[in-house]
Design a protein around this ligand. Structure first.
Ligand code: NAD
Length: 346
């Protein structure tokens, strides 16, 4: 395996591996380990070029530094990408990836991500111990989605309280876009708290199940944007708040699980100017990473500790909204400011 260090300003280490035997081509980016070892998922993607893979891994690893800093996981930010066809992934590739990660001596810890699964991570585990998110039977923290949903629920409720002066969700309506692993669990919690919930998802069977079991109401994607609703909870795709959708919004709060909700930073400014309270994505959706981070505490994973730590998400959001109000800047910028302050303080 050929391993090459690539110097990148403002990044601690960026390393490329090429292994002709297994066909592995991968990059690990360790953005920042000031607060602890760099944790971040392993993404497998058919990148058109190495440059494209590099741009992605740099952007994602920096995002992980900010996310972990605010979530106070005691971890830093990193990410890895494998350049390859997700439909043609092999065991040899993941074993080689494990050997590559092992050469970094724990400075980078991996986990599942887009196009990689827990079974893939179990293969990686055979060649390195620096892998997380394995099943409970393997001493891991298991599927992060219910923990992400719990954090989103708590963050959404805090946003409602901030926007309406009252945390009572039974007075509120929420439109949830995407009822996958996180969205459906969020719906369950919202209904339990008495909220009126509207959902849209192209998976008709899933929607029908939730209509039946939870009493949510189905809406079409096209109805979502102009809808008179208190909260919009994006739980499907990124970039859904964009120049096309933003002008149509009638909600007072945006709080959901999706990553990279804002298409551009200017969209964050516009939300701020229009008085729509935004819960920054990487703060409100940190429950999963917080859960994983508990694998590193003394004595190993403990669910109670994970839940208590996830319950700090509303407090982090309040701090961000306080910065927003004090400095007159959008929540998205206030979140970055808070992360940078935490990093600077070490
Ligand atoms: P998922 O794949 O289980 O669910 C996504 C759902 O969105 C699917 O049911 C899909 O059919 C639906 N969808 C796709 N396009 C849609 C559209 N145009 N309108 C409505 N629905 C649409 O994913 P998930 O694990 O539930 O994650 C949801 C979002 O949260 C993703 O953006 C993910 O990156 C982010 N996130 C997830 C976690 C986690 O722990 N799972 C953690 C942090 C962030």
């Amino acid at each position: 395996m050929q391993i090459t260090e690539i110097p990148v300003p403002d990044y601690e280490r960026v390393i490329k591996a090429e292994d002709p035997e297994s066909g592995l081509r991968a990059i690990v980016s360790i953005h920042n380990t000031k607060l602890g070892p760099a944790l971040g998922g392993m993404r497998l993607w058919n990148y058109e070029s190495e440059d494209e893979a590099m741009t992605d891994v740099l952007r994602l690893s920096k995002g992980m530094t900010y996310k972990s800093a605010i979530a106070k996981t005691g971890l830093g930010g990193g990410k890895s990408v494998i350049i390859g066809d997700p439909k043609a992934k092999t065991e040899a590739q993941f074993l080689a990836m494990g050997r590559f990660i092992d050469t970094l001596d724990g400075a980078y810890i991996t986990a599942e991500d887009v196009n990689t699964t827990v079974p893939d991570m179990q293969v990686v585990r055979r060649s390195t111990r620096w892998v997380t998110g394995l099943s409970r039977d393997d001493g891991g923290s298991d599927n992060p989605s219910p923990y992400t949903a719990y954090g989103v629920f708590l963050g959404l409720r805090a946003a409602v309280e901030r926007a309406f002066g009252d945390a009572d969700l039974s007075k509120r309506s929420v439109a949830v876009q995407g009822v996958g692993a996180v969205g459906s669990e969020l719906c369950r919690r919202l209904r339990e708290a008495g909220a009126k919930v509207f959902v849209c998802d192209p998976k008709a069977k899933r929607v029908a199940e939730l209509v039946e079991t939870l009493g949510v109401e189905e809406i079409q994607d096209s109805d979502l944007w102009g809808m008179e609703v208190d909260v919009f909870a994006p739980c499907a795709l990124g970039a859904v708040i964009n120049d096309e959708t933003i002008g149509q919004l009638k909600c007072k709060v945006i709080a959901g699980a999706a990553n990279n909700v804002l298409h551009t930073p200017e969209n964050g400014v516009e939300l701020f100017e229009r008085g729509i309270l935004y819960a920054p994505d990487y703060v409100i959706n940190a429950g999963g990473i917080v859960n994983v981070s508990v694998e590193f505490i003394e004595g190993g994973y403990n669910q109670d500790v994970a839940l208590r730590r996830i319950e700090r998400i509303p407090q982090a959001l309040q701090e961000i909204w306080d910065i927003r109000d004090a400095e007159n800047i959008p929540s998205s910028d206030a979140a970055d400011r808070l992360a940078e302050n935490i990093l600077a303080a070490g």
